[in-house]
Write a protein that binds this ligand. Structure first.
Ligand code: MGD
Ligand code: MD1
Ligand code: SF4
Ligand code: MO
Length: 899
């Protein structure tokens, strides 16, 4: 007999097995290098050389007056170790022996694989041209070193690399149009400061999992959250008001709110006069801005006027494109249309000037002719008048009383912010939506202050220490690098049919003009086809819009396709050579996101498993092999006329690793930190020991200790010009393309109806995957139905005789996907939803995936490259991937089902 049997119990050994899984002998830093926008610092625990688990590091410093970032993570990240040891892992270099996509491989040595790839590269340079070599790798913020490896390689050989921000339809085209910025946004801790929060086309409870708590905390603290989405999505469950809107009609809703605000005189007049182009004068005869060149012989085409109500005269406004042109070129950051930080503070200050917002005035031009001019606001008024709540209710399905209440809250219960996402950004007319959103913020003065603004987290797009990343990636300078605009590249080389004539837009006309005049780039040049495609860190083939066109027309043009990956994604499956890449816990890289303002790292917990290698090392080895093969073939030197560079492949390896200074990924990390003002003085060791470090400076606002970052303070508070043509937030764009399409001002454009099918096809992002990553993970599949599915409303199911879990075919003229169907009460009638974006081989029948019914569609406004701040720069301006306008039909699949 014992007094206390528990105390007396003698463990025999096996019981400790369970306890010891929580012990470790090594703790390293880690994160997940996926485009999830989370960028969550973790610790990785290893015992006896086996990685046991990951856990949130919880060491992001706290900001003042807002809840913490810690602990941040999600359901995918917390099982990332599964990818390290799971069955997905690619262990050895592979060369295809069957057809592309057939999955028949031969295991080869690294030497043989690299020689195979190097042969393809050297032969292409010799027989075709270096620009026939294409390298695709996206989003530097996620893993800048890995990103830089392939770009650097492409830069040295003269190949082309791809834009991705626009191609993913993540680039906020309308923001560039209005603000001359690639984008900027508040960090998510600032959500807590919003009193009125419009969650508009984003689903943060599923797609910003680490940060969604800020919204709930804000609501608990008394903020009011509207969720505007066609479906009752997971964020809507946390809303004060759920606003079910008809798909693609958001611009109308935003403009109706502006209408109410103007009508009820709730607008911030001073902000409009100082920060926007709404007081700038438009000639009623030409519809063009009144320019200095109109008024003065030899005057500038890029200086503009307002009407001073005191002196009753037109007055030239400061800060425009034409002012001190030498300044605008000075160290122009890639995210801005021009550099306006070099202007003194207070440059936009109106002083004694009181520009008119309304009225019609007469001015005398240089040639003596008198013309009428009106402020943009006056020109806009008749259009705005159309967006009455009653009219807009018919378009959007939102009740007039709700529109009015939202407008009043937004204007009066300040600070107010919009959080937006793919639900509005992935549409053909997303630019008009964003212009309307920004207008809503501008008219209410909701910009530049904490808790305000249009906040856009579509993609992990913000590599804050940009200069360091650029220097590492584009060693000859970005000016001597071939940047290919991926949407155009895919549309053109994939021979995609967009059916846009049904919607009255002649895409070919606009595209031809943009290409012929060099407004947009296309590679390879001189009418050649691309020949070599190297893809890594992105599943390009799987998420290519117009997938069926791509597989039919573009892919066969490639003599060689290469994928570097730790798992067999669809692009790898359709490649000729697959090179095993190290997992995130087996290499060193940095990580950052626009969702917070801290930089952190991942490092090797263990050496790369099997024969895998870090991407940085793979490209170093490839550069060496290319040199050797070139020598063997007797073809080592060629002259790159475009950039006036004499290239020598025998020097490639030395260039790639900068003579040994960049031999390792650790060195490359430090190079980035050293070369950007945002991270200067930081070391990798510091991050390792102390944890995530806060950026020292940022893009459009200063960093303040303990205060959440919110953008635009350089413009709003410091009153430096916006980097646009007019130096203001510019809502009027007097460009022929904008006139032709009727979008010179923010207006509502109905979604594209070119596919003549009854249902809209919605492809949002899933809680259980990051794009295609984790779609093949059993743990994630077990949290849901176990495979891909589409969702329709009970009404749409009933009319088609579809039952829950039936196999169905979703189809149109572009392609089809066969998938199981879920009947969902939260879905709107008239729409099919299929979460983006299962691998071609995961539980789908019929060969396609969710991209098959979606063609590539190019909005001509994004082809404009000859209008001051509207010009092509990689990921700054160019046509987006457009993936929400497709229309489809759905029917029961009656063929054989073997799954
Ligand atoms: P979506 O999921 O596409 O965008 O994620 P989000 O920005 O959240 O759509 C959000 C909501 O908008 C959905 O409920 C959709 O039905 C709705 N919606 C669709 N059409 C409309 C419309 O016309 N109007 C309105 N108002 N709403 C509409 C994307 C984002 O998520 C991105 S771009 C990336 S790169 C990351 N991807 C990602 C992921 O793949 N998985 C997870 N778990 N998180 C992710 N976070 C990021
Ligand atoms: P991506 O990610 O980058 O290929 O796709 C992103 C893209 O899907 C995005 S951001 C958007 S917004 C998009 N959305 C969208 C939509 O909503 N609807 C429709 N119809 N279309 C849409 N199209 C685009 P993904 O799929 O996760 O692939 C990343 C691959 O990289 C591998 N990987 C790595 N590889 C290497 N070499 N090294 C690494 O460190 C590494 N980390 C990840 C990963 O395994 C996966 O195959
Ligand atoms: Fe990892 Fe991204 Fe999930 Fe954070 S959000 S835990 S970084 S996968
Ligand atoms: Mo994205």
């Amino acid at each position: 007999q014992t007094k206390d049997p528990m105390m007396q119990h003698d463990y025999t050994g096996w019981e400790n097995f369970h306890r010891e899984q929580w012990s470790w002998d090594k703790k390293t830093r880690g994160t997940h290098l996926v485009n999830c926008t989370g960028s969550c610092p973790h610790f990785v625990y290893t015992r006896n050389g086996v990685v046991m688990r990951e856990e949130q590091s919880k060491d992001i410093p706290k900001l003042n007056g807002v809840p913490e970032y810690n602990p941040r993570g999600c359901n995918k990240g917390e099982c990332a170790v599964d990818y390290q040891y799971g069955p997905h892992r690619i262990k050895y270099p592979l060369i295809r022996v069957g057809e592309r996509g057939e999955g028949k491989w031969r295991r080869v040595s690294w030497d043989e694989a690299l020689e195979y790839v190097a042969n393809g590269i050297v032969d292409t340079i010799k027989n075709d041209a270096s620009d026939c070599i294409s390298v695709f790798t996206p989003v530097p913020a996620v893993a800048p070193v890995s990103f830089a490896a392939g770009h650097r390689f492409a830069s040295f050989i003269g190949g082309h690399t791809h834009t991705f921000f626009d191609w993913y339809a993540d680039h906020p085209t309308g923001q560039t149009q209005v603000q001359g910025l690639q984008g900027d946004t508040c960090e998510t801790a600032d959500w807590y400061n919003g009193r009125t929060i419009l969650m508009w086309g984003a689903n943060s409870a599923s797609t910003r999992i680490p940060d969604a708590h800020f919204l709930q905390e804000a609501v608990l603290n008394g903020s009011k959250m509207y969720v505007i989405s066609p479906d009752f999505n997971s964020t809507a469950t946390k809303a004060d008001v759920f606003v079910p809107i008809k798909p693609g009609t958001d611009a109308a809703l935003a403009l109706s709110m502006v209408h109410v605000i103007v009508k009820e005189k709730l607008y911030d007049e001073h902000n409009l006069k100082e920060q926007t182009d709404l007081p700038f004068l438009i000639r009623t005869d030409t519809k063009m801005y009144l320019r200095e060149a109109d008024m003065v012989e030899g005057g500038s085409e890029e200086k503009f006027y307002t009407w001073d109500t005191k002196t009753k005269k037109p007055v030239l406004m400061k800060g425009s494109w034409g002012e001190e042109p030498e300044k605008r070129a000075k160290l122009q950051p890639g995210f801005m249309g021009r550099n306006t930080f070099v202007f003194p503070d207070g440059h936009l200050d109106l002083g004694d000037l009181d520009p008119a917002l309304e009225g019609t005035f007469k001015v005398k031009l240089a040639d003596g002719v008198k013309v009428n001019v009106q402020p943009v606001f006056e020109v806009y008024k008749p259009k705005l008048n159309e967006y009455t709540p009653e009219n807009v209710s018919k378009i959007t399905g939102v009740a007039p009383s709700v529109i009015i209440q939202m407008a009043r809250d937004f204007a009066m219960n300040k600070p107010s912010m919009i959080i937006t996402g793919g639900g509005t950004n992935h549409w053909y007319w997303s630019d008009t939506v964003l212009r309307a959103f920004i207008l809503l913020c501008a008219v209410t003065g909701n910009e530049g202050y904490n808790g305000t603004g249009v906040n856009h987290y579509v993609g992990q797009w913000k590599p804050t220490p940009l200069l360091g990343v650029v220097k590492l990636s584009f060693p000859h300078s970005p000016k001597k690098h071939r940047f290919c605009q991926t949407t155009i590249w895919t549309y053109y080389h994939g021979n995609v049919y967009d059916a846009m004539e049904n919607d009255g837009v002649d895409t070919a006309k606009y595209l031809r003009e943009a290409l012929e005049t060099g407004q947009m780039p296309l590679y390879p040049q001189n009418g050649r086809d691309p020949k070599v495609f190297i893809c890594y860190r992105g599943n390009w083939l799987n998420n290519a819009k117009g997938l069926d066109y791509v597989l039919r027309n573009l892919w066969p043009k490639m003599n060689l396709t290469v994928d570097m990956n730790f798992r067999m994604d669809s692009t790898a499956l359709y490649s000729d050579v697959v090179l095993p890449s190290a997992h995130w816990y087996e290499k060193t890289d940095l990580s950052m996101t626009e969702e917070h303002t801290f930089i952190h790292m991942t490092e090797p917990a263990i050496a790369p498993l099997w024969e895998s290698k870090p991407d940085w090392e793979i490209f170093a080895l490839l550069s060496k092999k290319v040199g050797e093969v070139a020598k063997k073939k007797g073809f080592t030197k060629y002259f790159d006329e475009k950039f006036n560079i004499a290239r020598d492949l025998t020097k490639l390896h030395d260039q790639q690793i900068d003579g040994g200074k960049l031999a390792t990924d650790e060195q490359a990390c430090q190079f980035i930190l050293d070369n950007a003002p945002q991270t200067q003085g930081m070391t990798l060791d510091m991050i390792r020991k102390e944890g995530p470090q806060r950026f020292k400076s940022n893009w459009t606002s200063p960093m303040k200790e303990g205060v959440p970052y919110t953008p635009y303070q350089h413009f709003i508070m410091k009153k430096k010009p916006w980097p646009t043509l007019t130096g203001r937030e510019q809502f009027y764009i007097d460009h022929p393309t904008f006139f032709e399409l009727g979008v010179e001002l923010p207006v509502y454009k109905a979604p594209v109806d070119a596919d003549q099918y009854p249902l809209r096809f919605n492809t949002p992002h899933s809680r259980y995957s990051v794009h295609s990553t984790w779609k093949d993970n059993v743990l994630q599949q077990r949290l849901q139905r176990g495979g891909p599915m589409c969702e329709i409303s009970p009404a749409d199911a009933e009319t088609r005789g579809i039952k829950d879990n039936d196999w169905v075919e979703v189809f149109n003229d572009h392609g089809r996907v066969v998938v199981r169907c879920k009947i969902r009460n939260g879905e709107q009638s008239g729409r099919v939803t299929m979460h983006h974006e299962p691998e071609l081989y995961v539980d789908l029948l019929g060969g396609g995936n969710s991209q098959s019914p979606i063609p590539v569609r190019i909005n001509p406004t994004a082809l404009v490259g000859n209008y001051a701040h509207l010009k092509f720069k990689p990921n700054y301006y160019g046509p987006g991937g457009v993936q929400r306008d497709a229309r489809v039909e759905i029917r029961r699949h009656t063929g054989s089902v073997t799954v």
